[in-house]
Design a protein around this ligand. Structure first.
Ligand code: HEM
Length: 416
């Protein structure tokens, strides 16, 4: 089912949001950020510094006026994320709020609790596991069909960049002819941190479309995600359109982008460790461990920012109210006090909590879906691309980025 109104592209259709967002999250230095952060953590847990400046990525224009503190110690990171009454998500009103709108990310309790309870019902393990065969497999296998006769591919450009976006797109039941425009606008939303004008433009175009779509689907009785959310109620009341539209904006962005990054880094972890790749290929019950280790080793999101609502002392550092606190969740995942040899991808690690999906009240709502998608994607790659291995004509792939990480390419060969 699709609207008669078409989604509008950026006014300047040549604007490339993929390129703009990628440059916003990269570093101008070749240094591995984890090396620098590990050295600093040996000295102390909390630093009065902007991690972006420290690690060579562009400043977030929307946060310029805030005092900034980087939190590197694992106990302090945990404290930040489990104390939302002090470390508030309202910091996101400044950036994500401008492009997603009133999404879960900008809310604190009790508003957050009220809407989260409702939205998360649509992404519980028992719900998303059913999407595996009907939604995930056709997308994954469709993309692999396009490369399997070639014997070589860049699995980022040919596969990971597209499959999670196509899955959420199908679940939202949006018109197939416009998928390219929606993908541009979805990525355009997060350009807000470096290009406010294009971020706002993407937000307005998606917002106008979604408002009409909700009106149409509210009484349609359809089973797609938009119809389900349009009919949902909290405390006997329909959800306000502003909250629904914001959630839909967030969904089309978050569901596509992060899983693409996570799957790409999972492939790097396995392909650069051929013995581990072989172990998983032979014994598919190891896939969940392979995924969790990838999310620990190279989480796509490495920082969770929060705003202090009151003065607070963290590891002896006095922090005033109204400061930006950057909980470095990627560094938590590389803490040698928690993980032996943390910089190595090691499938057979003792399983313990990582912060790949963050932690606390705002822990990722889509984590179960992401796991279903990655499991089915890896199985399908093994099944349909025999003898999958790195392409020796290219240097080994490297995961890069500061607050969002991904390899630029994963060149592979397989038996066609
Ligand atoms: C491997 C893939 C994914 C990763 C690594 C990831 C990571 C994260 C992280 C770190 C957060 C918390 C940010 C913070 O607290 O500052 C988050 C929140 C969120 N994620 Fe994901 N995500 C992934 C996939 C998805 C998918 C597939 C969806 C869509 C179904 C999704 C939807 C959301 C939403 C709506 C929130 C906000 C939750 C809240 O504030 O209560 N994510 N994600």
């Amino acid at each position: 089912m699709s609207l008669s109104t078409r989604i509008a592209d950026f006014d300047d259709p040549r604007f490339d949001p993929f390129e703009t967002f990628e440059s916003a999250t990269q570093s101008d230095s070749d240094e591995d950020p984890y090396v620098r952060l590990a050295g600093m953590r040996e000295q102390k847990s909390v630093f009065a510094v902007d991690y972006r400046e420290l690690l060579g990525s562009p400043p977030d224009e929307t946060m310029r006026d805030l005092a900034k503190y980087m939190v590197l110690g694992s106990p302090e990171i945990q404290q930040v994320l489990e104390t939302p009454q002090v470390f508030s998500n309202t910091i996101f009103e400044r950036n994500v709020g401008l492009c997603f709108g009133r999404s879960l990310t900008v809310m604190d309790a009790p508003e957050h609790t009220r809407y989260r309870q409702l939205f998360q019902k649509a992404f519980m393990p028992n719900v998303v596991s059913k999407w595996g065969e009907t939604l995930v497999d056709p997308v994954v296998i469709g993309l692999i069909e396009g490369i399997k006769h070639k014997g070589r591919a860049d699995l980022v450009k040919d596969f990971t960049k597209y499959y999670p976006f196509q899955i959420i797109y199908k679940q939202l039941d949006l018109p197939q002819a416009d998928i390219g425009t929606f993908h541009k606008l979805a990525v355009g939303l997060t350009c807000i941190v470096v290009d406010v004008a294009h971020g706002v433009e993407a937000s307005q175009k998606l917002g106008a479309y979604y408002s009409l779509l909700l009106e149409e689907r509210r009484n349609s009785g359809g089973a797609d995600l938009v119809s389900t959310l349009a009919q949902a109620e909290a405390d006997g009341e329909r959800l306000p359109d502003v909250v629904l539209v914001s959630f839909l904006r967030q969904l089309i962005n978050a569901a596509g982008d992060t899983t693409y990054r996570a799957t790409s880094s999972l492939l790097v972890g396995l392909l650069t460790n051929p013995d581990q790749l072989e172990a998983v290929r032979r014994d598919r019950t190891l896939i969940p461990a392979a995924i969790e280790e990838a999310l620990r080793w190279e989480p796509p999101v490495t920082v969770c920012p929060r705003l202090t609502l009151q003065p607070v002392v963290l590891d002896g550092v006095e922090i005033p109210a109204g400061s930006e606190i950057d909980a470095m969740t990627g560094a938590y995942n590389r803490d040698p006090a928690r993980y032996e040899n943390p910089d190595h991808y090691k499938l057979h690690r003792k399983q313990q909590r990582h912060m790949g999906f963050a932690y606390g009240q705002h822990v990722c709502i889509g984590q179960h879906l992401a796991r279903v998608e990655m499991t089915r994607a890896l199985n399908a790659l093994f099944d349909h691309l025999p003898n999958l291995r790195l392409d020796p004509d290219y240097p080994p792939p490297k995961v890069a980025g500061v607050n969002m990480r991904v390899p630029a390419a994963v060149y592979v060969r397989f038996d066609a």
